[in-house]
Design a protein around this ligand. Structure first.
Ligand SMILES: Nc1ncnc2c1ncn2[C@@H]1O[C@H](COP(=O)(O)OP(=O)(O)OP(=O)(O)O)[C@@H](O)[C@H]1O
Ligand SMILES: [Mg+2]
Length: 174
């Protein structure tokens, strides 16, 4: 398994991450020291899926989002949550190096008192970098869309596995 340094973060590839490295604890909200795991308590309002780095992954994330939010009585958030899911999962697919095998993308949603948190972890190098696209540019708009829809959003690196978690929060339904 080759390792390469990237912006001070050790990336492991092409083998993908272990399940322990990409456990749901990655998605626990709140500050943490880089690389540490913080385990989310067993919670019926948490749903996640491991996704292949292929275009169909975005549709799978949307399906999980729609079905789960309906079950949680949060269907009013579905449209915005699906758009955010599409943008951050597509970025994750694009970030994963071709030929990566093993776990490469995890998508999760977590209903918390302040709102719905939407997370995508991927093993890819680099990090989310909002662009300032020219009016006629055909790309570079995904994170601007996330920024417009979400109450808050951000990302953090996951040095234990390589890659990053990108997250966004929608306010809880009134
Ligand atoms: N998960 C990620 N890992 C690594 N780099 C990322 C990730 N997400 C975003 N980026 C970087 O941030 C840039 C901006 O992302 P953004 O979604 O705004 O635009 P885009 O993906 O280039 O184009 P568009 O979303 O409009 O098709 C990307 O081009 C990429 O360089
Ligand atoms: Mg994008």
């Amino acid at each position: 398994m080759g390792r390469q340094a990237n912006a001070g973060i050790t990336q492991t590839r092409p083998g993908g991450a272990t399940r322990e490295q990409a456990a749901p604890g990655f998605f626990a909200p709140g500050p943490r020291p880089p690389g540490s795991l913080h385990v989310v308590a067993a919670d019926s309002r948490y749903a996640s899926a491991e996704l292949d780095p292929r275009p169909a992954a975005a549709a799978r994330a949307r399906r999980l989002t729609c079905q789960t939010l309906t079950r949680w009585d949060m269907a009013s958030l579905t449209e915005d949550a699906e758009i955010i899911a599409t943008e951050i999962v597509t970025n994750a697919i694009n970030a994963v190096p071709p030929g990566t095998t093993g776990l490469a993308i995890v998508y999760a949603i977590h209903a918390t008192p302040p709102g719905l948190r939407i997370y995508t972890w991927d093993i890819g190098p680099g990090h989310p970098a909002p662009a300032d696209p020219a009016p006629d540019a055909v790309s570079g708009r995904g994170l601007a869309i996330v920024n417009a829809l979400a109450e808050r959003w951000g990302w953090w690196p996951t040095p234990a596995s390589g890659g990053n978690v990108t997250w966004a929060q929608l306010p809880a339904p009134a």
